[in-house]
Design a protein around this ligand. Structure first.
Ligand SMILES: [Zn+2]
Length: 258
C-alpha cells in the first residue's frame, strides 16, 4: 500500500493578514497562500511520481479551519502530515528583517518520528537557493498537536524580508522547495525519489512512471510518432482525448499503416 501524505497549504487565499507588505515593484502584496498552494500543488506531483498517495486537506481556495484540515487527515489515516507556510515577523520591510527557513514539530517530538521527518526534510531544504537555516523548533501549533501521525510545519522564508518575499512568486523557487520536501519525505520513508527527468528518460514522458500499466504502450506510441506528449514533456494520462487530438492520432496511425 502506498504511503498517504497529507498536504496542508496553511491558510485560505483571503485569510486576513498572511501577506507581505506592499511590494513597490509589483504594486501589490503577495498572499502567503499564493506560495503555499503552489508548493503543495507541485509537491503533490513530485510525491505521486515517486509512488506516494496524497491528500490535500484544503483543496479549494476557501479558508478551511485547522480542525477540518486535521480531522480529514486523521479520518483518512494519513501516514504523515506536512504543512507548508511562509513566516512573518513584524509585517514591515523596514526595521529588523529576519530571514530563513525553520521547521516546527510538536514539543517533545524532536527525537521521535516527527523529528526524524523534520531532519530529513531540513537536510534538503537547506540546499538550493541560499537561505539562512534557522533549525528545527518545537511549537504547540494546532496541526502539530491534533494530528495523529508524524507532523511537520515548514516556514520556507519570511514575508517581511523583501528578498524572500519576492522568492514567493518565483516559480523556480516554488519548484525547488517542492522537490526538496519530496526528497526529504522519500528519505524518511526510505523510498527513492523519482524526478521528472528520470521518468522522461525511461518512458518518454515526465509524468509516466516506468511501473505504470500503460508505460510501454505510451513509449511505443511516442517512438512510432503516433502519439505526442504536451510541449512541457507531460503525457497527462488521465486527461480526456478531444476529437481533434483523436483525429490527429488516428491519421498519423493511418499514414503509418498505409
Ligand atoms: Zn502561515
Amino acid at each position: 500500500m502506498p504511503k498517504l501524505v497529507a498536504l496542508d497549504d496553511g491558510h485560505g487565499i483571503h485569510t486576513a493578514g498572511k501577506r507581505t507588505p506592499i511590494i513597490p515593484e509589483l504594486g501589490r502584496s503577495i498572499r502567503e497562500n499564493e506560495f503555499n498552494r503552489a508548493v503543495v500543488r507541485l509537491l503533490k506531483k513530485e510525491l505521486e511520481r515517486s509512488g506516494f498517495d496524497t491528500l490535500l486537506v484544503a483543496s479549494t481556495d476557501e479558508d478551511v479551519s485547522l480542525k477540518n484540515r486535521v480531522d480529514l487527515a486523521n479520518t483518512r489515516r494519513a501516514d504523515i502530515y506536512v504543512s507548508i507556510h511562509y513566516n512573518a515577523f513584524d509585517g514591515s520591510f523596514s526595521g529588523s528583517n529576519p530571514s530563513g527557513i525553520e521547521i516546527y514539530v510538536y514539543p517533545g517530538t524532536l527525537n521521535k518520528e516527527s523529528g526524524k521527518l523534520a531532519n530529513a526534510v531540513g537536510k534538503y531544504l537547506r540546499q538550493g537557493t541560499k537561505q539562512n537555516w534557522r533549525g528545527i523548533k518545537e511549537a504547540n501549533f494546532y496541526v502539530l498537536r491534533e494530528s495523529m501521525m508524524p507532523a511537520i510545519l515548514t516556514e520556507n522564508g519570511y514575508m517581511d524580508n523583501k528578498n524572500e518575499a519576492l522568492l514567493m512568486v518565483d516559480e523556480n523557487f516554488q519548484l525547488e522547495v517542492a522537490i526538496e520536501h519530496a526528497k526529504g519525505i522519500c528519505e524518511y520513508f526510505n523510498v527513492s525519489y523519482v524526478s521528472a527527468a528520470d521518468n522522461k528518460s525511461e518512458t518518454g514522458f515526465t509524468d509516466v512512471s516506468p511501473n505504470a500499466s500503460y508505460a510501454e504502450a505510451a513509449k511505443r506510441a511516442k517512438d512510432l510518432g503516433i502519439l505526442k506528449g504536451y510541449p512541457d514533456g507531460r503525457f497527462l494520462p488521465d486527461q480526456t482525448l478531444t476529437r481533434k487530438e483523436f483525429v490527429l492520432a488516428l491519421m498519423r496511425l493511418y499514414d503509418k499503416l498505409r
